[in-house]
Ligand binder design. Sequence first.
Ligand SMILES: Nc1ncnc2c1ncn2[C@@H]1O[C@H](COP(=O)(O)OP(=O)(O)OP(=O)(O)O)[C@@H](O)[C@H]1O
Length: 558
Amino acid sequence: MPTLAASRLLLVGESFPFQKLSHVSRTAWLHRSIRFLSRVERDHGPLTLTNLGFKSEFETTDKNNTQKPKQMSSPVEFPNRKRNAVGSKGIKAVGTKKLLGIESAPFSAKSFSELGLPPPLIERLATEGFAVPTDVQSTAIPTILKNHDVVIQSYTGSGKTLAYLVPILCEVGPLGKKPSDDNSKSVKKMEIEAVIVAPSRELGMQIVREFEKILGPINKKVVQQLVGGANRSRQEEALKKNKPAIIVGTPGRIAEISAAGKLHTHGCRFLVLDEVDELLSFNFREDMHRILEHVGRRSGADPHAPKGPLARRAERQTIMVSATVPFSVIRAARSWGHDPLLVQAKKVISLESVLPSGPVNLTEPTSSSSSNSNLQAQATVESLPPSLKHYYCVTKLQHKVDTLRRCVHALDAKSVIAFMNHTKQLKDAVFKLEARGMNAAELHGDLGKLGRSTILKKFKNGEVRVLVTNELSARGLDVAECDLVVNLDLPTDSIHYAHRAGRTGRLGRKGTVVTMCEEPEVFVVKKLQKQLGIPIPACEFKESQLVVTEELKNPVVR
Ligand SMILES: Nc1ncnc2c1ncn2[C@@H]1O[C@H](COP(=O)(O)OP(=O)(O)OP(=O)(O)O)[C@@H](O)[C@H]1O
């Protein structure tokens, strides 16, 4: 059996004297030489990613290269596969686990210009302070530009938004590869070319702001938000007037406007499902079905082609994104996508090779009794930034808010998100904090759009020190200053823990996560620790200090 480590593809040319090349030569060299090598154990023979669309370029340039490493001579051997033959239980057995990967671009990109992006886009990125791509961006951008359907998985705060936003802006809108003064294209511009779906208004609006930032003030109208809670007729009027090329919205509102015949997405080239595992939940089922049915369905499509989401996959590029990727996502991506790839930082794996027992670096066999816990674990491995510190604190229910206050003081935290499970409790917690002189506010779905954005603004600018919230804020919310996350109630599982915790320690910053629980709940924390592969020692707050009270005998090392 090839081990995961052995079957990852290794970067070639790390010793290439890249710095000595001019920028133009570097870019050209990169384009010519993106190559994927594989290493598997001897008895399985080598793998390459030749059948993943990287073949032709590589072969053209290296055809005469007698120095070509031996490993590259064999094509990928996928197990026989029937792409649609997912069993009724949804677990597809793949004969032999063969993972394909890249640590790909023959170097780790030191700047966006090394990724071969159009100059206007590079300029805009630089103006907004984005000079160096993160690991996941370095891997995802060239892969998406090669037209692959992808699932992007990488830990919270690692820059997944730009990982899909940049390649979309390469192809769509005025910063892209196509000249904006091309008349025939500007006539066609009436069409929506990219649809980005997010599970909450906050996240949708955050993504819109990220697009607007890169597009710049002159081109802001290339993107439009279609989120729920906002005035629908105004959104429809704006669609008609501005003819945006990109829309970002929540499933309900996009499906609603599409069903009313006011949104034309049949010619759409990109469909992005941000927080895809959440979008797959039951709540969004009908709306997501409509979106998958309509986005990217060209009017001239073959009438005899199969109906349903499968029929569309050749016509659009589907990009699915999350820090947590349960096997249900892998399964869905296989059926919606066209030879989809799992993209992680410095690594690309064919989804065909991903098994239920371990899409991400898990090699232990799954016993039936532990299968549930393993499925949780495989979804959450590598979902958290390595720099985060995690603790738990045993406290009585009635003392939790006071313990939170002491925790904030002990860590001298400036910007805190405290999660609770029930909306009704939020007000009470805020009241208690404010009564003790700590600026706090509640954020939840019942507040209305204006109320929510006002509270968020106050939290971001520091007017509110503790944001007491529910699961609404767990996904995607990007507040760089947030230095402490507190779970006043235990999250329901490791996926929810990962997303809550990921609100702090964004993009390499320091962050602490403290989970409060009662004595009988400690076993849940132990389970989370195991599933997430992180140490969560016990702590107390004494004399304005966080005191670790438990030496972990076998600290879990990531
Ligand atoms: N290359 C970059 N250089 C500097 N800052 C970046 C870069 N890429 C992203 N960022 C910033 O990092 C922050 C986190 O990015 P983003 O929200 O995309 O993370 P994420 O991986 O989607 O997180 P989550 O899983 O929580 O949604 C954002 O403020 C973003 O603007």
